[in-house]
Design a protein around this ligand. Structure first.
Ligand code: SF4
Length: 350
């Protein structure tokens, strides 16, 4: 009997039925779940207290591994980036970001990205496909294999617009937060969006206290149009309305992500407008000075970055300045994958 499910996304009840069908005792289900979600071991062959016959049935009946690490880079600050090869030879990235004793995993949700923000390496080639729920969760397991434990935080800020892969994202969030599975608090999980309004509304309707980060990047439509192409760009007023809805449904403040680009969105009037917007819509601001991947966009000089931060601060807005981590690990979104794509394109005959 071939069950085309992944062990990571198989519910306890489904696994229980499978175990019963093999004629094994019911308590084996709990043991298997313990291996997967407490010992982070998904390969049935390594589940040593499970009878060999059942291990064989699990191996034959389920997918348990669909990606491998094909490259790893580490920056001097400890940031580690993993390039993962998927079963169809596509690639995504995940990043492990240390901060003191805490660890954050940054995960991808799609192969490529349809939004194609002007400064982002992930969007360059557009969307190839959505990640499956288990491909999202496997990223967590690759990270766990690096550090030996669950991360303190997870951010969906890698490759892709997660809210355009809603079903798989929500299924993965379920595994991450289910008390019987990875049991993480939703408050430690951030879902980032480029401002995809229908997705924000659906996400709000879940009424779960996940953190929502909206990549605003500009306080008005004209400036935003210089950063995000038309096809998936929503008007700022619609995004703000959706953020208000999220706040009403979850009681949580939204975070506005704001990539500072020299001469585009780093003016004093941008900061003043953004501060006003954040105040009226219960938002915190995360400022990210551009980590240069394209010659046509530049990072503002430090004095401009700090002036922008200070204006927000003086207006009473909670603001964090994310001076990028992992420069030596090619940590900006999509850089490793972009390098891989470039190499493949350069191979004669490929
Ligand atoms: S910044 Fe995010 S939403 Fe924009 S193209 Fe890159 S991955 Fe997609």
């Amino acid at each position: 009997m071939k069950v085309q499910k992944h062990l990571l996304t198989t519910s306890f009840e489904e696994l229980e039925s499978f175990v019963a069908a093999t004629g094994q005792h019911g308590f084996r289900t709990r043991q298997i779940y313990e291996w997967i979600f407490r010992k982070y071991t998904v390969d049935p062959d390594q589940m040593l207290n499970i009878p060999k016959a059942l291990r064989k049935s699990l191996t034959a009946g389920f997918i348990f591994s669909s990606s491998i690490i094909s490259a790893k880079t580490e920056a001097p600050d400890g940031t580690v980036k993993l390039l993962l090869s998927l079963a169809d030879n596509e690639a995504v990235e995940m990043v492990l970001i240390p901060s003191g004793s805490r660890m954050t995993f940054c995960l991808s949700t799609q192969v490529g990205c349809p939004v194609q923000c002007c400064f982002c390496a992930s969007g360059e080639q557009g969307l190839t496909r959505n990640l499956k729920d288990y491909e999202i969760i496997e990223q967590v397991y690759h990270g766990i294999a690096q550090i030996g434990r669950l991360p303190d935080n997870i951010v969906f800020m890698g490759i892709g617009e997660g809210l355009l892969n809603f079903e798989n994202l929500v299924s993965a969030l379920k595994v991450l937060t289910d008390p019987a599975r990875l049991a993480m608090s939703p408050r430690r999980i951030t879902v980032s969006t480029s401002g995809y309004v229908p997705g924000i509304k659906k996400f709000a309707a879940l009424e779960k206290p996940f953190v929502l980060a909206v990549s605003l990047h500009a306080a008005d439509d004209a400036t935003r149009a210089r950063i995000i192409p038309d096809k998936l760009r929503f008007p700022v007023t619609d995004i703000l309305k959706a953020c208000d809805y999220y706040h009403t449904k979850t009681g949580r403040m939204v975070t506005f992500e704001y990539t500072l680009l020299k001469g585009i969105n780093d003016r004093v009037k941008d900061a003043v407008k953004l501060a006003d917007m954040a105040r009226r819509h219960h938002a915190k601001i995360n400022l990210i000075p551009y980590n240069q991947t394209r010659p046509e966009y530049q990072r503002p000089v430090e004095s401009v970055i700090f002036r922008f931060r200070d204006i927000l601060d003086e207006n009473g807005i909670a603001v964090t300045l994310r001076l990028e981590k992992g420069t030596g690990a090619a940590a900006a979104c999509g850089q490793l994958r972009a390098r891989k794509l470039k190499k493949t394109a350069e191979k004669p005959g490929s």
